[in-house]
Design a protein around this ligand. Sequence first.
Ligand code: GTP
Ligand code: MG
Length: 271
Amino acid sequence: MDLPIFYDQREEWNNALLLYDAALKEINTKLEILNNEFKLDHQYNPIEHITSRIKTPQSIAKKLRHNGRELTIENIIKYINDVAGIRIICSFTSDIYRIADLISKQSDIKVLKIKDYITSPKENGYTSYHMIVSIPVFLSNRTVDTKVEIQIRTIAMDFWASLEHKIYYKFEGNAPEHIKKELKECSEIVAYLDQKMLSLNEELRQCNPNHEEKYQKELVENYRNVVAESFGTIVEEEEVYSPNDQKVSQAANKKKKVNRKGRKRFIFGVM
Ligand code: GTP
Ligand code: MG
């Protein structure tokens, strides 16, 4: 492909990297927020850990070559969906679907493709939940929807995938039959283990349902609904509340502020 004289590939690539890096940062922040919220509400982390990476130039070149495409920035952006990748490791399979659902519900994220290798494992036994999403990156003069591949799996699935990956590279994709067979058996053990751990965890959640805790949660939820709007709106800080729309003196205002503080303490006391 002939490039116009002013076309600078390096500059284009740096611009692409800036977008992919920004998209990863945005999704990482979203996940961190969701995880923190979940931890606050349920006293446990659905996300064990997250890793993210930008695909290496060697790996990008290899993939394009493998698919018979010319190595151009345009082709990379168009045909390689996992230049930016995030891997989310969870404890339980139920967390995988919960996180995938929460990601899909974010209004600025578009889900472009889903591959559920948990309900339909790959021939070799690989299991994981894959999403290709796009997220808008706001630059000074334009907004660019940028693709990110998200892989969500349990600790056990991740354990299996990293060993399989090592074996795949060691034998350059041609591992001896007995190793392939044992790997497949391991993947069945992984699925069994994940299922067992999930049902044990469910049982744990079912026993001794704490009614007091449920009541407290409802109170907190109501309180959150009441104050939700105030997070994003402003009123004059000095505005004085008066039921009869009458002016109230500064002294009375101060007194009200003290009362309000007292009320706040009471609410957090309930929490
Ligand atoms: P590539 O595999 O990246 O060429 O893309 P694809 O279109 O086949 O997408 P797919 O969703 O199948 O796989 C994307 C990524 O998932 C890979 O880059 C790996 O990180 C991971 N993956 C897929 N299959 C396997 C597998 O059999 N073993 C391991 N260890 N990882 C896998
Ligand atoms: Mg593949």
